[in-house]
Design a protein around this ligand. Structure first.
Ligand code: TA6
Length: 283
């Protein structure tokens, strides 16, 4: 691909407009403008690394089930707005693309005018978000930036709620969490004894984060790194909760694990200040 050529093309997924980012070596990602939501990431060998439910809405009527939902400005119910925030329910703008030394990239932006008024009511602040996906070979980098463009501090939480396609859940394990403290939704905290985290039943944990961990799938190892965030959230709904989710096939929980760099509690960002979280996934 010539250096001047754009790495992106516009496509449609379901009823959603999406951006396909193609690196020169064959790596490819698809990002819906609705939510700036990563729907697919194929490493240069052509393998899909991301899970997206066959039953997901793809029409903007509700959040996409799978991929990489962008959680902002609140994690789950830790705020007064919609669960997991409005970013995954708003249509972002494509604000840039190109090819750099780290690979092909596309960048998306969200500002108050892009957010449906009813969703923004509980969090009426002046902000700018930028989200950049950069890919090449077996690596995907995601940079999230929030700027407070208003005149008063505001609180925010953030997470990249990534659904990894693990092939078979019983083959998945996560290394790097031994001796790490975690909470599940119940506030009590515990320390992980096991060297590896495996998935035998519903699991929903928030770990005080080491900077790096490794997800082993049926046939690959993915090194996950984060910078700027505070936690890793690890989630699989298990059989019972999966069956209660209308936008997930009953047996699809057997194919994915969510691992999310996160800042689960809302923290203040000063007027005029910005915050950047970096996440990199290497296969
Ligand atoms: O990140 C884990 C979590 O907060 C879980 O508690 C779980 O319910 C999940 O997110 C999915 O949330 P959603 O709103 O997408 O159904």
């Amino acid at each position: 691909m010539a250096a001047t050529e754009s790495p992106i093309s516009m496509i449609q997924v379901g009823q959603l407009a999406a951006v396909r980012i193609s690196a020169a070596d064959g790596a490819q990602a698809t990002v819906a403008l609705f939510g700036a939501h990563l729907l697919s990431w194929k490493t240069a060998d052509g393998r899909e690394r991301i899970f997206c439910s066959a039953r997901s809405a793809l029409d903007g009527s509700k959040a996409i089930r799978g991929g990489m939902p962008v959680i902002f400005p609140q994690f789950n119910q830790r705020g007064d707005g919609p669960r997991h925030g409005f970013a995954r329910l708003s249509t972002w703008r494509l604000i840039g693309d190109g090819i750099g030394s780290d690979g092909a990239y596309a960048e998306f932006g969200l500002a108050p005018g892009d957010v449906p008024a009813a969703l923004a009511q509980a969090w009426p602040h002046i902000f700018q978000l930028r989200l950049r996906f950069t890919l090449q070979g077996g690596q995907l980098d995601i940079e999230f930036n929030v700027r407070n463009s208003g005149t008063a501090p505001f609180p925010f939480g953030v997470a990249l709620h990534t659904y990894y396609d693990v092939g078979q859940l019983d083959a998945a394990r996560v290394d790097g969490l031994q001796r790490m403290r975690y909470t599940d939704p119940a506030p009590a905290s515990a320390v992980q004894d096991a060297a590896a985290l495996t998935f035998t039943e519903k699991l929903d944990r928030i770990y005080q984060a080491p900077a790096e961990l490794t997800l082993h799938t049926a046939d690959a190892a993915l090194r996950l790194q984060q910078q700027g965030y505070n936690e890793w959230v690890v989630w699989n709904p298990g059989a019972e909760d999966a069956a209660a989710l209308a936008d997930l096939e009953d047996d699809e929980y057997l194919r994915f694990v969510c691992i999310e760099p996160a800042r689960v509690d809302q923290q203040l960002l000063d007027a005029g200040a910005e915050w950047t979280g970096r996440h990199s996934i290497r296969c």
